[in-house]
Design a binder for this molecule. Structure first.
Ligand code: PLP
Length: 370
């Protein structure tokens, strides 16, 4: 059955790829495939978008987190506090620095890290907090910065899902020492492969990050520190340049779609919306609700050609690859409860009101409210 309400909008977004292919052709003609001129231009536009002094392109959001942590001095023996329900990349990046990830539960009525649990997880070995702006909502960042200041901790924001979100007018990614973004095809600003960006206002940190992403090379013949190869590909920068200025409008489109869903779902008792903070501009990377009989509802929707997804059915802390961290089922009850009830509906700016109506009607039908 062809899908009535699709999840992926990539076919619509790139239906006419002419401008993108022309941009790639220009890179090929210049031949500047690594750290080419499009990388610098993209970084400048990205920094302007976020309102940060520097933007450093790297090869993924995962590397953005890893390199930002290394640049602020995180390594073996350190503990880094982050979310028990995040995407694997956050915890993988922390582990790659040699530090130990320490997990905390989310809030009871939102998907983001609970700040009381965060403070309770701080030990004498804690060196950093990685707040994760999951779904494009935001952790209570004033509280996180207060905890960090009192305990002398670095803050590296995982804002990979939160481009152009903000809290009290301050953009996601600009709260701590550095903010990290992903340009993955499934993220709001999506290039044609992997890519990531680190933003910071700190000149020294920016200089260190530029070295770390390129083998520690000051120039061709001088290695000043040991780094790695994590350059943002010039072709991906050229693709990103064609979309970076559209981010505010596309986030506005997602916000409008979210408001339509919120209004249409409000009277269905079996659907609970996450708490919306009035001080936060969510970018609705994901539109998630808590649903009763979630698995049956997802089957009902998918059977009718309406895509609905679960982010994520098993909270990260219970994945076998993290068993060595020593957590056990039940350690993070809010993450467990949410994993059993969350449901994501398509929310992209290409989604039509008709598609939203179709999805909402099917949800009503499922709960006998047709
Ligand atoms: C996508 C994502 C990442 C990693 O980004 P990649 O570019 O895929 O490496 C990190 N953290 C979160 C929360 C993400 O959603």
């Amino acid at each position: 059955m062809t899908s009535k309400v699709r999840y992926s909008y990539l076919a619509e977004q790139f239906a006419d790829p002419t401008a993108f292919l022309d941009a790639i052709k220009a890179v090929v003609q210049r031949g500047d495939f690594t750290l080419g001129e499009a990388v610098g231009r993209f970084e400048a536009r990205f920094a302007a978008l976020i309102g940060s002094r520097h933007a450093i392109g790297v090869n993924s959001g995962t590397d953005a987190i890893k390199l930002a942590l290394k640049a602020v001095g995180i390594g073996p023996g350190d503990e880094v506090v982050t979310a028990a329900n995040t995407f694997i990349a956050t915890v993988g990046a922390i582990a790659e620095t040699g530090a130990t990830p320490v997990l905390v539960d989310c809030e009871s009525d939102r998907y983001v890290m609970d700040v009381k649990a965060t403070e309770a997880a701080v030990t004498p070995r804690t060196k950093a907090i990685v707040p994760v702006q999951l779904t494009g909502d935001m952790v209570d960042m004033a509280a996180i910065m207060d905890i960090a200041q009192r305990h002398g901790l670095a803050v590296v924001e995982d804002s990979c899902q939160a481009i152009h979100a903000a809290q009290n007018g301050r953009p996601a990614g600009t709260w701590g020492a550095a903010g990290t973004f992903s340009l993955h095809p499934l993220k709001n600003l999506n290039v044609w492969g992997d890519g990531g960006v680190i933003v910071t206002d700190d000149d020294d940190l920016a200089a260190r990050l530029r070295l770390l992403r390129n083998h520690g090379l000051a120039h061709r013949d001088e290695v000043v520190t040991l780094g790695c190869n994590s350059r943002l590909d010039t072709i991906q920068a050229a693709i990103g340049l064609l979309m970076v200025d559209d981010v505010p409008a596309s986030v506005d489109g997602r916000i409008a779609n979210a408001a339509r869903y919120d209004a249409a779902l409000a009277d269905i008792g079996q659907i609970r919306l996450p708490r919306r903070r009035a001080d936060t501009r969510q970018n609705y990377h994901l539109y998630m609700v808590f649903a009763e009989e979630r698995d049956a509802l997802v089957r009902h929707l998918n059977d009718q050609g309406i895509s609905a997804k679960i982010h994520y059915p098993v909270p990260l802390y219970r994945q076998p690859g993290l068993a060595h961290l020593g957590y056990a089922a039940g350690d993070f009850p809010h993450s467990d409860a949410q994993a059993a009830s969350v449901l994501s509906l398509p929310i992209d700016p290409y989604l039509t009101p008709a598609m939203q109506d179709t999805a909402v009607a099917a949800i009503r039908q499922f709960y006998g409210r047709g």
